[in-house]
Design a protein around this ligand. Structure first.
Ligand code: C5P
Length: 304
C-alpha cells in the first residue's frame, strides 16, 4: 500500500455575535469643517444580533465572504470585508480568511448593523490571529470604517461625542425590554443630515440634563425623561407613518419611544417583558412592519 499525500490544510475558527444598537439620546450639533457633524449620543446595545464566523485557512490567501442576505454584497463593499482587510493591513499579515455573515439586523435601519459587524470582525480577528491589540488600537482600525463602529468595541452602553469616535463607556442600572419596529424601508443617513441642516436655523446647545448623563453610572429614571433625537422632525415629516408608530408604542405603555439613529427603526422601552410582547403583538398586526422584542445587552461583544 502506498502512502497517499494528504493535504495539510490548517484551520482555526472563531464566532462572534454582533448586536444592534439604539440611541437613547441623539443630539446633532454643529457641522464641522470636514463635513461631518459633531454629535452627542447615548447608545445602548440590544440583543438582536448578526452572527459572524471566521475560519483561518492555509489553503488560500484571500478574504472570502459569504452572506445570507441577498441585498448585501459579499464583496469589498461589505463592511465586514473592509474591516478584515483593514486588520490584515495594519497587522501586516497575509492569511486566508473564510467569513460567514448571517444577517438578522435590518439594514439602513438606524440600528448600526453594518457598524457592529465591522467591530465584531475586528474583535474576532484580534482573538483569532492573536494580535494582542488594545481597545484603543482596535478603535483606530474601526473609526475610518464608519462613525458608529468604535462604539461597538466599548458597549453595551456609552456616550458618544466628536463625529462618533470619542466613546466613553457608561454603566446603566438594570435591564429593559425593547420593542424594535422597522417599517421595511430604509432612511439614508446622509440624506437625514442634509434635511436636518437645511431645516434648522441654529443649533440648540446641549442641555444640562444631557451633560449630566455623560459620566459613570446612570439611571434609566434619568435617561427616560431626557430622551430625544434631533432626526425625528425631518424624518417624521418625510415619513409620517414613523411618527404614528412612536405614538402607538407610547399608547401601548412604552416608557419612552424614539427614532433610532436616522431611522427608519422606531423603538419603545419597557420594564416588563410581558408588556413589551403585548405592544409588539399589536404592532405585528400591520404586516409591513418587522417587529422584534429584545432585552438590552448587559456585557461587551463576546468572542467564542
Ligand atoms: O460615517 P458614516 O459612514 O456612518 O456617515 C454617513 C454620512 O452621515 C456621512 O457621509 C455624513 O454625511 C453623515 N454624518 C455626519 N456627521 C457624523 C456622522 C455622519 O454628517 N457625525
Amino acid at each position: 500500500m502506498t502512502n497517499q499525500p494528504t493535504a495539510s490544510v490548517r484551520s482555526s475558527s472563531v464566532a462572534v455575535s454582533a448586536p444592534a444598537k439604539i440611541n437613547l439620546i441623539l443630539r446633532i450639533l454643529d457641522r464641522r469643517p470636514d463635513g461631518y457633524h459633531n454629535l452627542w449620543s447615548i447608545m445602548q446595545t440590544v440583543a438582536l444580533e448578526d452572527e459572524i464566523r471566521i475560519n483561518q485557512s492555509s489553503a488560500h490567501q484571500d478574504i472570502r465572504l459569504v452572506c445570507d442576505e441577498v441585498q448585501l454584497g459579499a464583496d469589498r463593499s461589505n463592511l465586514v470585508y473592509q474591516a478584515a482587510a483593514a486588520v490584515l493591513q495594519r497587522a501586516q499579515r497575509k492569511v486566508g480568511l473564510e467569513i460567514d455573515l448571517r444577517k438578522r439586523i435590518p439594514m439602513g435601519a438606524g440600528l448600526g448593523g453594518g457598524s457592529s459587524d465591522a467591530a465584531a470582525t475586528i474583535l474576532a480577528l484580534n482573538h483569532l490571529l492573536q494580535l494582542g491589540w488594545s481597545q484603543t488600537e482596535m478603535a483606530e482600525v474601526a473609526q475610518p470604517l464608519g462613525s458608529d463602529v468604535p462604539f461597538f468595541l466599548y458597549g453595551p452602553t456609552a456616550s458618544i461625542t466628536g463625529r462618533g469616535e470619542i466613546v466613553r463607556p457608561l454603566f446603566i442600572d438594570g435591564k429593559k425590554w425593547v420593542v424594535l419596529v422597522n417599517p421595511g424601508f430604509g432612511v439614508e443617513t446622509k440624506w437625514a443630515y442634509q434635511e436636518l441642516a437645511a431645516a434648522r436655523k441654529a443649533v440648540r446647545p446641549l442641555a444640562s440634563n444631557h451633560q449630566d448623563l455623560d459620566r459613570g453610572h446612570i439611571q434609566w429614571s434619568r435617561v427616560v425623561p431626557a430622551a430625544e433625537n434631533d432626526f425625528e422632525p425631518p424624518v417624521y415629516a418625510k415619513h409620517p407613518s414613523l411618527g404614528r408608530i412612536k405614538q402607538t408604542l407610547l399608547d401601548r405603555g412604552a416608557e419612552m419611544a424614539l427614532l433610532s439613529g436616522s431611522g427608519a427603526t422606531v423603538f419603545g422601552v419597557f420594564s416588563l417583558e410581558a408588556s413589551a410582547k403585548q405592544a409588539a403583538e399589536h404592532m405585528t398586526a400591520q404586516k409591513s412592519l418587522k417587529v422584534f422584542v429584545v432585552p438590552t445587552c448587559s456585557g461587551p461583544i463576546l468572542v467564542r
